[in-house]
Design a protein around this ligand. Sequence first.
Ligand SMILES: N[C@@H](CCC(=O)N[C@@H](CSS)C(=O)NCC(=O)O)C(=O)O
Length: 285
Amino acid sequence: MFNSVAWQSLAYHAQCQLWRRAFPIAVCSKYFEPLKSNKFIRRHIMLGPQQSFSKTFFFRQLFDQESSTYTYLLADINSKEAVLIDPVLEQAIRDANLIKELGFSLKYAINTHMHADHITGSGVLKKMIPGCKSIISKSSGANADIKLEPHDVIEFGSFKLDARPTPGHTNGCVTYVAEDQGIAFTGDTLLIRGCGRTDFQEGDAATLYESVHNQIFSLPENFRLFPAHDYKGHMSTTVWEEKRYNPRLTKPKNEFIDLMNNLNLPYPKKIDVSVPANKVCGIQD
Ligand SMILES: N[C@@H](CCC(=O)N[C@@H](CSS)C(=O)NCC(=O)O)C(=O)O
């Protein structure tokens, strides 16, 4: 099957053929041959056609200003089954109201990892919405209704998320990939033009580097990536963009490790309350 990148490439070549018929070969070679290998054309082909969502796939990006955290509401419009990725405690009422308003039924409150900067909303959402189950990876060491093994699949309606293990920021970090929709939720593993820090919890720069290169940069280049945080006003990126412009992850591994080990960032303000609370997905007795 042709995807949209292939179609656009085909359309470009067909256009070249038409011009070749209309004009002498010399003119065509002069203007089109250099273009064909030109970065502009390749950039246009890769940047332009990001895969569009299925008609029944619902996607909403939500933001918590205090922690600069993105939460994602995904749903199947037909079955009404929904999931929330990385809900934030302080936004649980906002999220529950939106889900109710849209007539969705929240099946899972999913965590990409055990966050250190804010308390997850998954515990409170479970109390607010009967039937909702919390999810985190088994390797996070946290408690939840469902503890994922690598590559477990989460289903909601007719859609799926593949849990790709991407340790490095923490041991239990997962990138959730919706293959059919051409999107991935990278948590704190890959941030837009950055990445999660590796200086606490079980952080390890070499592991994070391998995770990104093997599990995220191996996705098709037109896949859109949605992180758990952004501190500069960006909302999403693509595999293509990050493979070229990520200032950390485009470096050789040894330089990356050196850079990550010398970031000297202050610890997140809420780390001492967030980590213990997130060990039980936000619910404390
Ligand atoms: N100032 C914030 C914490 C900012 C921070 O450390 N962010 C983390 C992700 S949340 S643990 C991170 O990995 N940042 C990477 C970077 O390069 O900044 C607070 O006090 O909460």
